[in-house]
Design a binder for this molecule. Sequence first.
Ligand SMILES: [Fe+2]
Ligand SMILES: [Fe+2]
Length: 333
Amino acid sequence: MYTQAMDIGPREERAALRSAEEAQLEAGFDARIDAGSFIEAKDWMPAHYRKTLVRQISQHAHSEIVGMLPEGNWVTRAPTLKRKAILLAKIQDEGGHGLYLYAAAETLGTSRDEMLAALHGGKAKYSSIFNYPTLSWADIGVIGWLVDGAAIMNQVPLTRCSYAPYARAMVRICREESFHQRQGYDALLAMMREGTPAQHEMVQDAVNRWWWPSLMMFGPPDAASPNSAQSMRWGIKRLSNDELRQKFVDACVPQAQVLGVTLPDPLLKWNEARGQHDFGPIDWDEFWRVVGGDGPCNRERLAARVRAWDEGAWVREAALAHAHKQALKEKAA
Ligand SMILES: [Fe+2]
Ligand SMILES: [Fe+2]
């Protein structure tokens, strides 16, 4: 993911007094955005644009690395060597996505240490989807199909984001995400086509548990997402939360039919007049509860990240010591 469009910005910043020079720079910036130009790291940008991007890209990076945890849980229990190798490769990709994204955010002047401190201190958010548990092997397939599928829907428009380093990172990430989505769907197809009735039930149960949280991945409804408009104005966001969610539902319905599973929504039906599916209400109380830290696995996920950081201290120290020695050697040569 796994952005969640929660980029709510501080009003005081916009209200701050601006010098005439700044106003001119901002007018030039707006004109570039309107012309569809990309903004590079060294270009002038409004402080609020910078802050919005740091928040969004770092949330996205955190989501990639926290997203490794629910799947890592199944590496030792994957049913075949082939599935284990695929799952390992996918989890490794997610770690790589985190690294590209931290690097993209660093171009805006915030260090990786600062971003990680915000995550570990519980101040920074990551996608709420990763606070749900992976209870069966079918969950791994469903995560690929629905969670990576929702991520693709969210992220493809980001390849045209106005901030060039983020857009470039997203091009590579999106290519890998499509492999993730397919491996998940393929694992589910194998279970549905060649599996036992118990395996079919396992897939249906996983779909039942992940469907609604997947729809929440697009963030709150447009009406409750007041700063989305500013992000759209700046070309950071290209489609609204509700538009993306609708596209995702419309894409999933035929895929569910091919799989032979039922999406757990009695109100889901084709609306001929709209040319789209209608679907039932989302439990936003649950969404805000999980975002607020009270989901099924929030504490476990954060504790795992903090432990990994602490236990990795010697690696960081060794790398720094090595770099220091190399620099001394080069100086002496
Ligand atoms: Fe990813
Ligand atoms: Fe992925």
